[in-house]
Design a protein around this ligand. Structure first.
Ligand SMILES: Cc1cc2nc3c(=O)[nH]c(=O)nc-3n(C[C@H](O)[C@H](O)[C@H](O)COP(=O)(O)OP(=O)(O)OC[C@H]3O[C@@H](n4cnc5c(N)ncnc54)[C@H](O)[C@@H]3O)c2cc1C
Ligand code: FES
Ligand code: FES
Length: 465
């Protein structure tokens, strides 16, 4: 039985847990304000809020309901556009109307829901402005300028709020309806049990599986860790960052210690999918999906992450990510095993950079991506770890390039020598994301970009053309 709060009332359902939340909302609950655009996580028309208990309050995130298994709604507060209506229009809706932010209206509920999610959680380190919060929403007819104006107006209105007790102020200010006052109590009544893994195939956020196998999942033996009590996410123990098996990209983006150690962290993570996809897509899912261009995989290869695999007998096995991939979509993981956690040491004054080229800058998968971690004393590189995606059957750790640079002094000539080795280490193929030659060119350019960015006074663009 799946139990959750849908807008202002409790729902208990024995509907199929692997059906999508979108279908439940539209066709069982008959709430048709949530729209269908792509059913692939790309457009945001189906965005709803998912709230879970955190401390004494509720933590809300925008999610794409088209890729979310109904099971993952268990124990949560799911808010659709209907659940955001006040007596008239709420402030977000008013701004959209007054700034001419809507025409055909298919995308509009998704924009409003994402902006209301931001209202409920604006000080998060994840969205620096209301505009950031709609990075997963696409509008095909209004034009973004009017929507941006509505978002800017919202930021101004929110900056006028002063009270520490935000929820009351948001209700009084007509940003959200009054039923939000009761959510904590309602959620306590539907608190889910703790996770007891059953050794079946894990569905995390579903953002890969529901795009690749939407019709097959109902017939597969699967389990849903998000069905259970609040996940642990990402935490830091001493110098070690630990990611639970269901920690999301958002959890990693929000890790304060990482943001401190890697100044560009926020910008790098912004290049990964979009806010609603990062809110549900797990790191483990990115690693096990084994796509040669998984951004999180490429980042974690450079960070030398280690996986802890577990099986039904609770036996644990540690596998370095760098030896996890054995061939295209082949991994050192048994069917009875799952990723229990992932860990890596937080860089200590190391230099770190991530580069990604995709057809669109945001909300697109990479043609080629690359990450590098360098420990440098002056110009001497005592440690180098470089990874690259999209140029081999697996996400690639550049072993030979990294070994070549170790202990060397950085200069433009060294970078060009390393590019030659890199070209021998990669083996791209032509596909929808570009020809093999184009990917070879990208690999060289991204590698040079690392050094231009990390050593700007030593390696200049004109020296490595
Ligand atoms: C619109 C859109 C944009 C995207 N953009 C990007 C992008 O820019 N960069 C990028 O890298 N990816 C992107 N993705 C892909 C996807 O979001 C990520 O790969 C995500 O991290 C997958 O996690 P998930 O929890 O959703 O995986 P799921 O779909 O739930 O699972 C993926 C695979 O991992 C397995 N799995 C999940 N958790 C575990 C576990 N704990 N143990 C063992 N196996 C497990 C599943 O069985 C499955 O085989 C995008 C996806 C969409 C829909
Ligand atoms: S319908 Fe397009 S993101 Fe869900
Ligand atoms: S108003 Fe039509 S797609 Fe946005």
């Amino acid at each position: 039985m799946i139990r959750f709060i849908l807008n202002d009332h409790e729902v208990s359902t024995d509907a199929a847990p692997s059906g999508t939340l979108l279908d439940y909302i539209r066709y069982t609950a008959d709430l048709r304000g949530t729209k269908i655009g792509c059913r692939e996580g790309d457009c945001g028309a189906c965005t709803v809020l998912s709230g879970r208990l955190r401390g004494n309050g509720v933590f809300y995130e925008g999610i794409t309901s088209c890729l979310t298994p109904l099971a993952n709604a268990n124990g949560k507060h799911i808010v659709t556009i209907e659940g955001l209506n006040t007596d008239g229009l709420n402030r977000v809706q008013e701004n959209m109307v007054n700034c001419s932010g809507t025409q055909c209206g298919i995308c509009t509920p998704g924009f409003v829901v994402s902006l209301c999610g931001y209202v409920l959680n604006p000080r998060s380190s994840l969205s620096k402005s209301a505009r950031d919060a709609v990075d997963g929403n696409i509008c095909r007819c209004t034009g973004y300028k009017s929507i941006e104006r509505a978002a800017k107006r919202l930021d101004q209105q929110l900056s006028d709020l002063t009270s520490g007790f935000r929820l009351e102020e948001l209700i009084e200010g007509n940003f959200i309806p009054s039923h939000f006052r009761e959510t904590v109590n309602k959620l306590r009544k539907v608190e889910p049990p703790d996770y007891v893994p059953g050794g079946k195939r894990v569905v995390g956020g579903g953002t890969d599986l529901y795009v690749q196998k939407p019709d097959e999942i109902p017939d597969m033996e699967v389990e849903f860790p998000f069905f259970y009590r609040e996940k642990k996410g990402v935490w830091v123990d001493g110098e070690i960052c630990i990611i639970s098996g269901n920690g999301t990209a958002t959890d990693l983006m929000d890790c304060k210690e990482l943001s401190k150690a890697i100044p560009g962290w926020y910008g790098f993570m912004k290049l990964v999918s979009s806010t609603p996809i990062r809110n549900i897509g797990t790191i483990a899912g990115n690693l096990v999906n084994a796509s040669p261009i998984g951004d999180l995989t490429i980042l974690l290869l450079a960070l030398d992450a280690e996986l802890v695999l577990k099986n039904r007998e609770e036996v644990e096995r540690n596998v370095p990510l760098r030896s996890f991939y054995k061939g295209y979509k082949k991994m050192d993981m048994q069917e009875s095993e799952w990723v229990d956690r992932i860990s890596f040491s937080i860089p200590d004054e190391d230099l770190f950079n991530f580069e990604k080229v995709s057809k669109r800058k945001y909300l697109d998968i990479a043609s080629v991506n690359s990450a590098i971690r360098v420990k440098a004393e002056g110009r001497v590189m005592s440690e180098v770890s470089c990874s690259i995606g999209g140029v081999a059957a697996v996400p690639l750790y550049l072993e030979r390039v990294s070994a070549f640079l170790k202990g060397k002094e950085v200069d433009a000539g060294r970078v060009l020598d390393a590019v030659e080795i890199l070209q021998k280490e990669i083996s791209p193929i032509s596909d929808a994301r570009g020809s093999a030659d184009y990917k070879r060119l990208l690999a060289s350019q991204l590698f040079k970009a690392h050094f231009i960015s990390l050593f700007p006074t030593v390696v200049k663009m004109e020296h490595v053309l």
